[in-house]
Design a protein. Structure first.
Length: 247
């Protein structure tokens, strides 16, 4: 009879009760929740991309951004919410949140996996910064509409949207592995809402065009998929579990 892992009494964890022993198994049943999150976010990016492409082709992006920003200012509450949410994606707050996730990942999977997460986060941020310099797209300028401080730097891609995509993707990956189903649902739902909020608050505040946000989300999502692929391989090498096996 096969020895089953002993539950340590941590009811908030998965069936094994020992998070550091759970193989990543992205392509198996253990990653169904994370897979659903990635499918939903990818579909959302695609739909947003279609709308953004139409606005870009018809040369309506600038007019729509200014219109939405003016509406947010008039609404008041929408502006406050957008400004509060976008603050979470600021460099300092984003770095602190990412560091917290990396520390948790270190405790769950070990230092090598946390280091991988840190490297991918840094690489994604630098990729976004490099793209800004290469493309050098100016930010929206809405005459007569003051919705936020004067943003500096270039517009494409949105740094906030990129970091939010990577961060929320990491939270989804980690949360889908170490929590029971009920908490998985809460965490993945929160990650999705936070991702949408941070990303599109940039458009509401006239800091970016919709295409800036979509471009950043695509870049970030590619890094998340790369992280999933590398983590899966690393875990299987570390635990010596063949692909296709089940827990």
């Amino acid at each position: 009879m096969k020895n089953r892992p002993v539950n340590m009494g941590w009811s908030w964890l998965g069936e094994t009760g020992r998070p550091w022993k759970i193989p990543f198994d992205f392509f198996g049943n253990a990653q169904k929740s994370c897979g659903q999150y990635l499918n939903i976010t990818t579909a959302t990016i695609f739909l947003g991309g279609v709308v953004s492409l139409i606005l870009y082709i018809t040369d309506e992006e600038h007019a729509r951004v200014c219109e939405w920003s003016a509406s947010a200012v008039k609404n008041g509450a929408l502006y406050v919410i957008a400004h509060s949410v976008t603050t979470i994606g600021n460099p300092v707050q984003s770095t602190v949140c990412t560091a917290a996730v990396i520390i948790i990942a270190s405790g769950v999977y070990g230092f090598r996996f946390a280091l991988g997460g840190a490297v991918i986060s840094f690489a994604s941020a630098q990729s976004g910064a490099l793209a800004k310099l290469i493309i050098a797209r100016e930010r929206p300028r809405c005459t007569g509409v003051t919705v936020a401080p004067d943003f500096s730097g270039y517009s494409f891609p949105s740094g906030h949207a990129l970091s939010a995509t990577v961060f929320c993707g990491f939270v989804a990956i980690l949360g889908s592995q170490i929590f029971v189903q009920r908490l998985k649902t809460v965490i993945l739902s929160f990650s999705f809402i936070l991702w949408l909020g941070i990303s599109w608050s940039r458009v509401i505040l006239a800091a970016h065009y919709p295409s800036d946000v979509i471009g950043a989300q695509i870049i970030g999502q590619l890094f998340v998929f790369f992280a999933v692929f590398m983590f899966d391989i690393s875990i299987r090498i570390y635990t010596r579990i063949p692909r296709g096996s089940t827990l």
